[in-house]
Design a protein around this ligand. Structure first.
Ligand code: AQP
Length: 334
């Protein structure tokens, strides 16, 4: 049977990009009845320095976001990565399987390191190898992610294949990325060529799941656009990244296809389309924000849910890791 794994970094508040590209789809997969394991990858978050108090807060807030969006901890396993040490243990083994050259070709590393690659953490460089461990320590076969994670998932496949070859086993499965829907790549509201990101210095560039209705509306009304009205066909969005982005967001929030959205708003000016989008965004996001705020009143309850999830995750991961230790020749008797 298929098993789904995916994660989100608690490196700041969740954005509309994380919600539409990942979280909303995590809930859909859970509701399809597939076995789903979802992780707040706090060990990935510290590949870039995080203030400890903020990391703790962001981890609980992300957990609240998952629960508010519809993750049911009795059907999905929801936990934070550092509580299941099998991730780090398999991550080390994969550091010894993956090649330096593979990692140096990762575009996310190049983007995040910029010109200063001598001075970023070793963890940032090895990030995809820990990500491969996150997935394969459960032998998960399907990974719902946004478009930006495609290259990392290809590397996960390469690591699984090389491990199997190096040790002459047929142990790790080949992982399939699930990159689906109208919003696999939500763009910045200030620049239609840049991904919407939690770590963008401009708060105006993104919608946060913690934003109130007024803030969401203002950000959408102020979003960068071009002066043309909406076209009557999808082809008319080519070379109009900002317009295309708003149409895709509308489509993903409404559950309609981008083609239908363009059809419904053909010829409309942004003065009409933006308020409609703002109303839709508020209608869809406000209940989630309200529920998140309610859940954040009781952090001990969130910690309890994460601890329970960690126990269930560990029960799946530990036996798989023990087999890996055996395959690689580690003596495990005590
Ligand atoms: N803009 C986006 N559009 C669609 N999907 C997105 N995802 C992130 N941004 C978008 C998806 O969200 C999941 C979790 O991402 P992550 O937190 O692990 O890391 P990220 O991709 O690096 O996200 P951010 O927001 O850009 O974080 P920072 O700024 O810390 O790097 C993934 O499935 C991702 O595809």
């Amino acid at each position: 049977p298929p098993r789904i794994f995916s994660g989100i970094q608690p490196s700041g508040g969740l954005t509309l990009g994380n919600y539409l590209g990942a979280l909303k789809r995590f809930v859909e997969k859970q509701d399809e009845g597939i076995e789903t394991i979802y992780c707040l990858v706090d060990m990935h978050a510290i590949t870039v320095w995080q203030d400890p108090a903020k990391l703790r807060h962001a981890t609980r807030e992300a957990a609240a976001g998952f629960l508010a969006a519809g993750i049911d901890p009795s059907r999905s396993i929801l936990f934070n990565q550092s509580q299941v040490s099998a991730h780090a243990e398999l991550g080390w083994i994969f550091n010894c399987v993956a090649r330096m050259g593979w990692m140096s070709r990762m575009t996310q590393f190049k983007d995040k390191a910029g010109k200063n690659s001598e001075n970023v953490s070793l963890g940032l460089f090895a990030y995809p190898s820990l990500m491969a461990a996150d997935i394969l320590v459960y032998k998960a076969t399907m990974v719902p992610v946004g478009e930006d994670q495609k290259q990392h998932l290809e590397l996960t496949r390469d690591i699984a294949i090389k491990f199997n070859n190096d040790y002459g086993v047929d142990f790790f499965p080949v992982v399939e990325p699930l990159i689906e829907g109208a919003a696999t790549r939500v763009m910045s509201l200030r620049d239609g060529t840049k991904k919407m990101s939690k770590s963008d210095p401009s708060d105006q560039s993104r919608i946060n799941l913690t934003d109130d209705a007024d803030t969401i509306s203002k950000k959408i009304r102020k979003a960068k656009t071009d002066p043309e009205p909406l076209p009557d066909h999808l082809d008319g969005l080519k070379d109009r990244p900002e317009a295309k982005n708003l149409v895709n967001i509308y489509a993903a929030l409404s559950g309609h296809s981008p083609a239908k959205v363009v059809h419904d708003f053909a010829g409309a000016q942004f003065g009409t389309f933006k308020p409609a989008l703002a109303d839709l965004a508020v209608a869809k996001l406000e209940p989630i924000t309200t529920e998140m705020n309610r859940l954040m009143q009781d952090p001990a309850e969130i910690d309890r849910i994460l601890a329970q999830g960690a126990e269930r995750a560990d029960a799946i991961a530990r036996p798989i890791l023990e087999q890996v230790y055996d395959i690689t020749g580690m003596i495990r008797s005590r």
